[in-house]
Ligand binder design. Structure first.
Ligand code: G6P
Ligand code: BGC
Length: 776
């Protein structure tokens, strides 16, 4: 009994301040409840109060029970058995060094595992309410990076002293932090707890112990003092062990979070137990290192208390707030108001008119190119056709079998071929020879080399068409730059290449823009589809315009599909007020500087580049990647649409975003990942909105053409950005709805690409030819 009483007294002697300090230290590392105080105090109430009670009146069995509770089941039986026989008799045994083995290496590993599980519970949204290890967020999101500065007042309440500190944080390398502190009301008895009582092992310790016990009013024998010594050793060793186990759990989690083979880290420690106990620190270090052998752990004693830390937290928060403000300022330029979007719509409408009018057509940026497609499919199309699909992510050769009649069917076979960059940017002859080489391979594959099939050529670039089967390339866009093609009829270039090959014959019937192919593909399923949109590598739209409005074709009756080539919108400077310096940088780095400015703000090929330019700027300003511009970040095109889409996915946790960035070679922290995600979101949102403003102009134009108050219409859509991006289509739809409230627009995703549409156009072309031949 008396030994336990002494144990309690020993803790009483720590004095409130030290007890609280312990609590602070342990609470800081999330360990108090389970590691040390819980069992001893039997609850989480005021620790000092409990220990004081033991020291004076109440029986000390509580402390003992607690120790038993912490032991393993076998040990518990052993201990309980002992206790039943005779408390005092077995006290010596209990305190003997054998009991050290209660916390064996294996037990500590076990506790470490349990603690990791409890950490998981604490972190989980659903499990947190019942979790014991609460893992409370602190909103401290970053450690100091040396760029903090300012004067701060820190209050340090809860330790031995209430301190008020004035902390000056500068960027001076020699003395970055200067502090002045004022200490208030340090009660006398706090000063007594000098820590000497920790070293009860020494002779002096024994003497001190004797003093303490005598002060307690007992008459201790030398054995009693020895027993107390044992108690203290056991309790403090076990505390160090348990804290090591939980610290080990934290370190192993950190290691897994970082995904590194070896963790190198520093643990900042404070607390009187750690500082004053003669063996505590050594034991803790040793055990932690043994428990996490795959980590290099350094322990750093906090010399200046947590007041300095509080000031640093404030300084970091200031830095982060300031950074956040500057980042938001940067991104604000991308956040367009409804007024600005309405302005984009209005300007698009003006450019549409300029493209359609004869006298302005030449200098118009939005070319409104006639396609000679006069109607959407009516189900009577029939035959076997070959189709080429060039200009998107993939180059495809297709065989399309269309069957008319009651049960309309379309059967498609296709093969994807690569177009190497040196071919895209080589000579025109090389490019067309490569295309013909792929067709030859496909015909071999299908066993159809001898059939002279009609061919529809989806060519996703601006072409001046004078008929269905003639298209003069206005300019290359996206990643193409083959020489000797601009200004040439690409159908002729293809025919010549087929001739050069001398292997097969083909009848090139139609050249089709991908927007038109998409509109036709969708119109085959849904007759109200009269608009085509591509939101992919490039950006463009087409729609059925009244023939009388297409002045360069002439005619009064009916409609014709116009390939708008809206990617060039803004090339005359009409969008300069919303273009940012990042858009300009992307333009300057592109193959076609000054051209396709709207496309460069809203298509998949360029969004990643805009993001990269912003990231470079934020890194230069020290807000990202620790201010280091890596080689990867300097690499053009690293942010493909698919990465953007992944990063912006709502289902991804930050750690996964970070993993994607790391996969891209960008060594990012979680903070970096948050910023990168926001940058991506802002850039893609603007893209979807301005694309929506363009579409609002188109549908309103169609409505006005038809003199309607309200228009119901379907838009056929294709493109990787629209299909893969998690938010693009939603924001795009929303914008169209907001900016063209008099139109009900149904968006239909093209599942079969534009090759099918090209084959349908070819089928109509063939039929028309037959009709023309019959008439002559
Ligand atoms: C379609 C077509 C392609 C077209 C593409 C746009 O499915 O068949 O020819 O260019 O969509 O998508 P992408 O994102 O690949 O540029
Ligand atoms: C081209 C268009 C094409 C669009 C989508 C643009 O770069 O100029 O003809 O429709 O990309 O592929």
């Amino acid at each position: 009994m008396i030994a336990a009483q002494l144990l309690a007294y020993y803790f009483t002697e720590l004095k409130d301040d030290q007890l609280k300090k312990l609590q602070v230290m342990v609470t800081t590392s999330g360990m108090l409840g389970i590691g040390f105080w819980g069992p001893i105090t039997l609850g989480e109430e005021d620790v000092a109060c409990h220990s004081y009670k033991w020291g004076s009146t109440s029986p000390p069995t509580g402390g003992f029970t607690a120790l038993v509770a912490m032991a393993s089941r076998e040990d518990r039986h052993r201990l309980e058995g002992c206790c039943k026989k005779s408390y005092e008799l077995h006290l010596a045994w209990f305190y003997s060094p054998i009991v050290f083995s209660i916390v064996t290496h294996q037990t500590l590993k076990d506790i470490m595992g349990r603690f990791r599980r409890d950490m998981e519970y604490g972190l989980g949204r659903d499990t947190n309410p019942t979790a014991t290890v609460k893992m409370l967020p602190t909103f401290v999101r970053s450690i100091p990076d040396g760029s903090e500065k300012g004067d701060f007042i820190a209050l340090d309440l809860g330790g031995s002293n209430f301190r008020i500190l004035r902390v000056k944080v500068t960027q001076d390398k020699k003395q970055p932090v200067q502090m002045e502190s004022q200490v208030y009301e340090t009660p006398d008895d706090i000063i007594h707890g000098s820590g000497t009582q920790y070293s009860l092992r020494t002779k002096e310790g024994l003497k001190k112990c004797m003093e303490i016990l005598t002060r307690l009013g007992v008459e201790p024998s030398d054995e009693d003092c020895l027993a107390v010594r044992h108690v203290c050793t056991i309790v403090s060793f076990r505390s160090a062990n348990l804290i090591s186990a939980t610290l080990g759990a934290i370190l192993s989690r950190l290691k897994d979070n970082k995904g590194v083979a070896r963790l190198r880290t520093t643990v900042g420690i404070d607390g009187s137990l750690y500082k004053m106990h003669p063996q505590y620190a050594r034991r803790l270090h040793k055990t932690v290192r043994r428990l996490v052998p795959d980590s290099d752990v350094r322990f750093l004693l906090s010399e200046s208390g947590s007041g300095k830390g509080a000031a640093m937290v404030t300084a970091v928060a200031y830095r982060l707030t300031d950074q956040a403000r500057q980042i938001q300022e940067t991104l604000a330029e991308f956040r367009l108001s409804k007024g600005q979007l309405l302005e984009v719509k209005k300007r698009m409408r003006m450019e549409i008119e300029r493209g359609l009018k004869k006298e302005t057509h030449k200098e118009a940026t939005v070319k409104m190119l006639p396609t000679f497609v006069r109607s959407t499919p009516d189900g009577t199309e029939n035959g076997d056709f070959l189709a080429l699909d060039l200009g998107g992510t993939n180059f495809r050769v297709l065989l399309v079998k269309i069957r008319s009649g009651k049960k309309r069917t379309v059967e498609m076979h296709n093969k994807i071929y690569a177009i190497p960059i040196e071919v895209m940017q080589g000579t025109g002859e090389e490019l067309f020879d490569h295309i013909v080489h792929c067709i030859s391979d496909f015909l071999d594959y299908m066993g159809m080399k001898s059939a002279r099939l009609p061919l529809g050529f989806t060519f996703s670039f601006p072409c001046h068409q004078t008929s269905l089967d003639a298209g003069i390339l206005v300019t290359w866009t996206k990643g193409f730059r083959a020489t000797d093609c601009e200004g040439e009829d690409v159908v002729e270039l293809l025919r010549e290449a087929i001739k050069r090959k001398e292997e097969f014959e083909l009848d090139v019937v139609a050249i089709v823009n991908d927007t038109v192919g998409t509109m036709m593909t969708c119109a085959y399923e849904e007759p109200t589809c009269e608009v085509g949109l591509i939101a992919g590598t490039g950006s463009n739209a087409c729609y059925m315009e009244e023939l009388k409005n297409i002045e360069i074709v002439g005619g009064t009756e009916g409609r014709m599909c116009v390939n708008m080539e809206w990617g060039a919108f803004g090339d005359n400077g009409c969008l300069d007020d919303i273009r940012t310096k990042y858009d300009q940088a992307v333009d300057e780095n592109s193959l076609n500087e000054g051209k396709q400015r709207y496309e460069k703000m809203c298509s998949g090929m360029y969004l990643g580049e805009i993001v990269r330019q912003i990231l470079i700027d934020l890194t230069k300003r020290g807000f990202l990647f620790r201010g280091q511009i890596s080689e990867t970040l300097k690499t053009r095109g690293i942010f493909e649409t698919k990465f953007l889409s992944q990063i912006e996915s709502d289902r991804l946790a930050l750690l996964q975003v970070r993993a994607i960035l790391q996969q891209l070679g960008l060594d990012s922290t979680c903070d970096d990942s948050i910023i990168v995600k926001e940058v991506c979101g802002t850039v893609s949102r603007r893209a979807a909105q301005i694309c929506g403003a363009g579409m609002a102009a188109v549908v309103d134009k169609i409505r006005e053409n038809r003199g309607l108050d309200h228009l119901d219409i379907t838009v056929g859509v294709d493109g990787t950005l629209y299909k893969l991006h998690p938010h693009f289509s939603r924001i795009f739809h929303q914008t169209v709805k907001e900016l063209a409230p008099k139109c009900d627009v149904n968006f239909l995703l093209s599942e079969d690409g534009s090759g099918k549409g090209a084959a349908l156009i070819t089928a109509v072309g063939c039929r028309q030819r037959e009709l023309d031949a019959q008439q002559h």
